[in-house]
Design a protein. Sequence first.
Length: 289
Amino acid sequence: MCEQKSLRGRHASGSKPAWAWAWAFAPLLGSPAVLAAETPNLLTDPFQFSLGTFILASDTKVRIDGKTGIGTDFDWEQAFGAGDATRFRIDGYWRFADRHKVRMLWFNNSTAGSKTLERDIEFEDVIYPASVKVRGEFNFDIYELAYEYAFLRRDSYEITGTIGVHYTDLSLAVKGQARIEGQEPVSGSIRRSASVGAPLPVVGLRGLWDVSHDLWIDASVQYFALSIDEYDGSVLDYKLALMWQPKKWVGLGAGYNAFAVDLDIDTGDFNGSLDWTYKGPMIFYSVAF
């Protein structure tokens, strides 16, 4: 009996029992209920934003006409090379009711490079001849504001319809030794630029699936064609992404995105055509709250 009391005494005054350590570390580990509450639910959370970049292949065919003639149709990447580039995409939405969302998008692709031309290029009545090194600058921004309605909604997924508008903001510039038809040769370099802002409405479908409590699939497709006033063109955008969102402020994703803009434009600052596509894998960081 004395020995048993002694053992109980050493246990009480010596090392802590397992339940005591568990109690001490419980605030750090968090209860299952607390951990579940911290895991975001993209089907109910009001806000979600993501920022990503691309490993993509782009194809840009452009023609800029002048006042006296039709410009040259040429491949921008082939003419000026890849050069320095910045590419990013920001997506986000505000879910203001169970089935209703407002979505926004900003995509930017900017490149600048110099290369010796393989053939003559006529750009705004200026001819840049073959065998001359010319610099090309390309800046392309796409902004979207859209409304989404979930016409099919369940506990683990939703399918939404989208209607909105894309605004395409494009600027091009070419600089190098050149000549102007009907004029004396010019010493030094000539810079010509063109820019345009084109609003294009879009409609589409989007699906969001809860694969597990923190793994999601996001798929979307958007398309529209328009011919009005000085604009004649179409937009196609589709994306498939897998997102891991274990915490509200910690989320990672990877996917595939393709975007195509085909425009014929006749305005004061831009007369010509643009056929621009990109496609490739993307990675992004996301938050949801």
